[in-house]
Design a protein. Structure first.
Lengths: 174, 174
DNA sequence: ATAATATTTAGAATCATTCTAATTTACAGG
DNA sequence: CCTGTAAATTAGAATGATTCTAAATATTAT
């Protein structure tokens, strides 16, 4: 089972993630890497921590910045490499954008909807109950072997609405 | 109102679009351009036809190829320019990818779900009934001014399953 | 220690997209 | 019909995220 279907909590989720879940996810991710036969180096460990510590759904360069605070010489390529491995092991969810950098969710690597602010480019989890396992039903009805669902809501976040109640600005993503 | 909420037709939609709807959409798009004060030049008219004639959700270069059959000297920039105007007037839906070219839906410019084959990169409309106006309810619950929803299902299409029943291949989009 | 392997690196290459500055086209008023 | 102004179009350069490459470094098992 992926996510319970009726967790109807409300609104946008930007909780700082409690210690326990943090450590649990961290171990899961490390285990997944080891499982695949790749080493959990210090830089990779730091990358995982940066990824989990942020509630921003960080981009590769944001992660890079975070890792560099501990290991200044780290190359961007290392971040891209490791993210690639995490994708392969299903330990990170990639949220694609064509007009700006992709964003990554390491906390909840399974498909789930997000709220994307077109103005400030915030990306938040939207932990409203999703329909009722759309993946399965869509697979059955369409004949596709559905492996991933992307659902993103785009608009202006309450903060930006307060700041400038104008409508669409910023990024051109659909 | 955007789309009726219980049109529960089944599976993937790749109908060739009947003459009547084609002409109707074409006029709508042309009217929208004129309305904005931009001319419907021959190249732009051809672009609209190419966009509507294709059930592939074509990319900019596919559109470019189509326009070039009628106007060989057409520049890529013209396609990008016109697509940009269409986006501004809400006459085309952009389906973003970071690992490959964006795709465009001129037939149904409002937000709606698609099926994306990870192997052959087919993009189909998924005309299964969506929940029940998610945009409004999400706006109310989150405080966002939601203007656009992206819902895409990723997997392997029946054709590709037949050809090679292996699992995930191809593009790395989420 | 040593050899074999995996990791990391800097920088080059790629590719879709956007920008720029110049050229061409359309067209309104004489 | 001509002419001037604005819009449309163009080729090519610039951008920016991502991927690739080949060399350097670190790790591990023997």
């Amino acid at each position: 089972m992926l996510r319970q279907a009726s967790k109807a909590s409300i609104g946008s989720g930007s909780s700082p993630m409690d210690e326990a879940s943090f450590e649990l996810r961290l171990s899961e991710m490390k285990a997944a890497l080891r499982n695949k036969g790749v080493a959990v180096t210090r830089k990779r460990a730091k990358l995982l921590e940066v990824l989990l510590a942020s509630d921003r759904h960080p981009s590769v360069s944001e992660i890079h910045e975070g890792v560099k605070t501990a290991y200044p010489g780290t190359s961007l390529a290392t971040i891209y490499n490791t993210i690639e491995i995490l994708k392969e092991t299903g330990q990170v969810l990639e949220i694609e954008f064509s007009a700006s950098a992709n964003r990554y969710d390491g906390r909840i690597p399974a498909s789930h909807p997000h709220l994307v602010c077109l103005q400030c480019e915030k990306v938040e989890d939207m932990d409203i109950a999703a329909p009722h396992d759309p993946l399965d039903s869509v697979s059955q009805v369409t004949g596709y072997d559905i492996v991933r669902l992307r659902t993103d809501y785009y608009g202006t976040c309450p903060d930006c609405l307060k700041a400038s109640p104008s409508s669409s600005g910023g990024r051109g993503c659909a």
